[in-house]
Design a protein around this ligand. Structure first.
Ligand SMILES: *Cc1c(COP(=O)(O)O)cnc(C)c1O
Length: 366
């Protein structure tokens, strides 16, 4: 009798991540040219990558037979200088998703508790389960994080608390006061991960870098990414900012060449492309206003967003997602987030936003 492979038992409870559908896949399915389909499903930068990053990658192409710099020296130096930190405060990941995995390797295992909010980013529960740890979900407040309740949920078993601010998929923003209170009252022997993937879209974000610089919060990890504001989601680059002792622990679990040569060159150039960042922010602000005005006029319930997407209540989210898709607009259904009545739409270019709105009106019969 076959006994089968002795798979890691933790895998049985690991949820499967459901990404936004790729344009090519939907094009094949609908029999449409890819150029006629727009994707507003994964909070990507609708203006594309920074042109400076594209040029920098061209220059690296002839060197691709060589391994990348395993320490990403120039990129780390430049980013550290920009953030007024030292390189020892920084670690790069293959997307900030990989930083979340470093947290698992360094801190999680059976018997450990991880605290998240209801409607949190899908990767936190995945990594928690992957390492055999126990997920503790704190009910949301008005769809956002209830930070005092998350603090109150900490027990001696808690190892890590994940907070995304602004949060994905809701777009909600915790107040400055609540964030500062959380950081201040947080116990020293638990890791607080503050996911700042959307921080660059905020006008006046809470700045927690002083706590890292001064070394007063050795249990605080900030995570940021090049996927959103810099438009480099396809290259995969995120980073963690923390006390050098925690960064050193993460360095031990990181694969030697996790950041490839193209992304190192592209990110270095993107960091200096202030114009692309400014254009992205302006486009996003205008797009958020466009959608919230349109949804108010249509009386479609939506969550005021601090990020580059908006969550709206459409009734049967899966049906509306499919209807939009037939019209060539890829949005994101939210059933996997226990929000089956809602869909999430990423902010596009003005033309994409207009097309998405017209498609939505048709699907909703408005
Ligand atoms: C998009 C996003 C990230 C970034 O992921 P990458 O792996 O860097 O592309 C991280 N956290 C949240 C909450 C996000 O929405």
């Amino acid at each position: 009798m076959s006994k089968g492979l002795p798979l890691n038992p933790a895998l049985a409870s690991v949820p499967v991540y459901q990404p936004g559908r790729p344009i090519e896949e939907v094009a094949r399915e609908l029999g449409l040219p890819a150029a006629e389909i727009i994707k507003l499903a994964s909070n990507e930068n609708p203006l594309g990558p920074s042109p400076a990053a594209l040029a920098a990658m061209q220059r690296v192409l002839p060197q691709l037979h060589l391994y990348p710099d395993g320490n990403a020296f120039y990129l780390k130096q430049t980013l550290a200088r920009k953030l007024e930190l030292v390189p020892e405060h920084l670690i790069f990941g293959n997307g900030s998703n990989e930083i979340i995995e470093f947290v698992g390797h360094a801190l999680l295992g059976p018997g450990a508790d991880v605290i998240v909010s209801q409607y949190c980013f899908a990767v936190y529960p995945i990594v928690t389960r992957l390492f055999g740890a126990n997920l503790v979900t704190v009910p949301a407040k008005n769809l956002g994080h209830d930070l005092p309740a998350m603090l109150g949920a900490i027990t001696p078993r808690t190892r890590v608390v994940f907070v995304a601010n602004p949060n994905n998929p809701t777009g909600t923003l915790a107040s400055r006061q609540e964030v500062l209170r959380l950081v201040e009252a947080f116990p020293d022997d638990v890791l607080l991960v503050l996911d700042e993937a959307y921080i660059d879209f905020l006008d006046d974000p809470v700045d927690l870098l002083p706590l890292i610089r001064s070394g007063t919060r050795k249990n605080l990890l900030l995570m940021r990414t090049f996927s959103k504001i810099h438009g480099l989601a396809g290259l995969r680059l995120g980073y963690g900012i923390a006390d050098p002792a925690l960064i050193a622990a993460f360095e031990k679990v990181r694969q030697p060449f996790n950041i490839n040569a193209l992304v190192q060159a592209a990110a270095l150039a993107a960091l200096d492309d202030a114009e692309h960042v400014a254009r992205t922010r302006a486009n996003n602000r205008a797009g958020l206003e466009f959608f919230s005005r349109a949804f108010r006029a249509l009386q479609v319930e939506h969550v005021p967003s601090a990020a580059n997407f908006v969550l709206l209540r459409v009734g049967d989210g899966q049906r509306v997602f499919e209807g939009l898709q037939r019209l060539g607009v890829i949005a994101r259904p939210m059933g996997g987030y226990q929000l089956p009545e809602w869909i999430r739409i990423s902010i596009g270019t003005p033309a994409e936003n207009e097309r998405c709105l017209q498609a939505l009106k048709r699907v909703l019969n408005r």
